[in-house]
Design a protein around this ligand. Structure first.
Ligand SMILES: C[S@@+](CC[C@H](N)C(=O)[O-])C[C@H]1O[C@@H](n2cnc3c(N)ncnc32)[C@H](O)[C@@H]1O
Length: 268
C-alpha cells in the first residue's frame, strides 16, 4: 500500500504519483491512452524540418516518444525523465536521466522541446519554461501540454466537489503542483517572446468510460491512501465517489487538457 510521510520534502518523486508505486506504469498507460491522440494532433500541424531533433522532457512511460520516432523516421528523438525505469526497450529513441528542475541542455539544441503533464507538478515550472525556450533553435517550437482541474472544482455536485478539492490540495501539499497553471500556458509562451503562439483546450469527462475517465479513476485510486492518511477524505467519501462515478445518470467534466505551442523567432 502507498503511504506518504507528510514531513517529507514535497516533490513528484517522493509522492504518491511517483514511479516506484506498484500501479504507476498502468496509471501512466491510462494517461497515454487519454492524451496521446491529442498530442499527436498538435505535432501533426507543426511545420518541422525533415530531420528534426526532438526533446520530450519528463517522458514517463514513453509512448509519445516512441510515436515521434515512427512519425518522423529521420528524427533524433531524445526522451528524458528523472526516473527512466519505464523508458527501456522503446526503439528509435535516446534516453537520458535528467532533472528538468536543475539540469539544462546547450542553447539551440532542438527543433522541438515538448513537455506533457510535467510542469504543472514542478514548483520551478516558470524557470524551466524560460530555460527550455533557450534549448530550441530559431524557427523551432516549444510545445507544452498540461492538465487543468478547474472544471472539477466548479461542479455543483457536493461529492465530486469534495473529492476534487481534496485531490487538488493533496497535489499542492505533497508535490507542489499547480493544477490550474495549464490555463495560463498561452500567455506564458507569449511572455517568453515566442511567436505564432497557438493553443487548444479539450475537456475530459468522468462517468462516461472514456479514456479520460479511466485516467481520472486510476489517479484517484493511487491517491486514495494518501487522501485518507492526510484526512482530506474519509473511506465513506471515496465509496460515495465510486458509486457516483458508476451511476449511469452521472457524467461531468473533470479536467481540461491544454496544449500550447510557440515558435522561437528566426534570426535576422
Ligand atoms: C504525469 S507523468 C507524465 C509522463 C509523460 N510526459 C506523459 O505525458 O505520458 C510525469 C513524469 O515526470 C517525471 N518527472 C517528475 N519530476 C521530474 C523532473 N524534475 N525532471 C524530469 N522528469 C520529472 C516523472 O518521473 C514522470 O515520469
Amino acid at each position: 500500500m502507498t503511504t506518504i510521510d507528510s514531513a517529507e520534502e514535497p516533490g513528484y518523486t517522493s509522492s504518491y504519483l511517483a514511479d516506484q508505486h506498484a500501479g504507476q506504469l498502468a496509471r501512466l498507460r491510462t494517461l497515454e491512452r487519454a492524451f496521446d491522440p491529442l498530442s499527436q494532433a498538435v505535432f501533426d500541424q507543426l511545420d518541422l524540418p525533415r530531420k528534426p531533433a526532438i526533446l520530450d522532457l519528463g517522458a514517463g512511460a514513453g509512448s509519445l516518444a516512441g510515436w515521434l520516432s515512427k512519425r518522423y523516421p529521420d528524427a533524433t528523438v531524445t526522451a528524458t525523465d528523472i526516473d527512466t525505469r519505464f523508458l527501456t526497450g522503446i526503439p528509435g529513441i535516446r534516453v537520458i536521466t535528467h532533472n528538468a528542475g536543475t539540469e539544462s541542455f546547450p542553447a539551440a539544441s532542438f527543433d522541438v522541446v515538448h513537455a506533457r503533464a510535467l510542469l504543472c507538478h514542478l514548483s520551478e515550472r516558470e524557470d524551466i519554461l524560460t530555460r527550455a525556450a533557450t534549448w530550441v533553435r530559431p524557427g523551432g517550437w516549444l510545445v507544452i501540454e498540461d492538465v487543468s482541474l478547474q472544471p472539477s472544482l466548479r461542479t455543483a455536485n457536493p461529492v465530486f466537489r469534495k473529492v476534487a478539492q481534496a485531490g487538488v490540495t493533496l497535489l499542492e501539499r505533497t508535490i507542489g503542483s499547480d493544477m490550474l497553471w495549464a490555463d495560463t500556458l498561452p500567455g506564458q509562451l507569449r511572455d517568453r517572446g515566442l511567436s505564432n503562439v497557438g493553443h487548444r483546450t479539450l475537456e475530459g469527462r468522468i462517468g462516461d468510460n472514456s479514456p479520460a475517465d479511466t485516467f481520472w479513476a486510476a489517479t484517484t485510486a493511487q491517491a486514495g491512501p494518501a487522501l485518507l492518511k492526510l484526512e482530506l477524505l474519509t473511506q465513506d467519501d471515496l465509496e460515495a465517489m465510486a458509486s457516483l462515478r458508476a451511476d449511469p445518470g452521472f457524467t461531468h467534466t473533470a479536467l481540461t487538457f491544454v496544449s500550447a505551442w510557440g515558435q522561437v523567432p528566426r534570426l535576422g
